[in-house]
Design a protein around this ligand. Sequence first.
Ligand code: TMP
Ligand code: ASP
Length: 239
Amino acid sequence: MAYEKKEQLYEGKAKKVYATQDPNVVIVSYKDDATAFNGLKKGTITGKGAINNRMTNNLMRRLEAKGVPTHLVEELSDRETAVKKVSIVPLEVIIRNLSAGSFAKRYGVEEGIVFDAPTIEFSYKNDDLGDPLINTYHALALKLATAEEIALIKNYAFTVNELLKGFMKEIGIDLVDFKLEFGRTADGQIVLADEISPDTCRLWDEKTHEKLDKDRFRRDLGGAEEAYEEVMRRLTGVE
Ligand code: TMP
Ligand code: ASP
């Protein structure tokens, strides 16, 4: 089916969303804009939009094949993809395999400690509040999701971790941590939504431990463009 791009429904920090002629399908358009610290730091990572679009679709296709439902419908171009229209569950789901970022800071530990088992945490997706950490009791009290939905989301998130860890290991990358978002389709199904990219994952080269993700931008390390290209090059090399 040829999806026609209609009016813009939403503009986020890294993507725009457009309506189509199908009420159950929207088009996501990935931007090169990069932000960090809840939008306080702004910049551009040239070529990022196209890479994140293609990388997300590559990974979501492979997750689907392993039984994880996603919002993916069809890649339309370098930067644009048709996805199922969902209402996003306002919980950012973060899985960690090694200490880094806010975990290292919050608990006063070094980065790079390998955990015996992965951890999960939720943030309340609310820019005005700065995406505060939230527990499942509070999420239920705020009616952000039902207990059944939260149980399903946790299950999917740990499954995605095992699968993604494997995909990354094949290309010499350690999956340190990542953030997922889930959505509800029109018929109430929970599906993996948003993106899976170097914007939303920490990816370290397994040998050199070089950072191949958005921390290069967040921490002014330089070479963000090259890092994103490197991950994409390795991923498409094994397809
Ligand atoms: P954190 O260590 O800053 O909490 O980040 C954990 C993971 O979540 C990391 O892979 C980056 C990702 N992330 C996002 O995708 N969006 C965000 O807004 C934040 C804060 C983190
Ligand atoms: N995307 C988030 C923002 O701008 C934060 C991050 O990825 O570090 O605020």
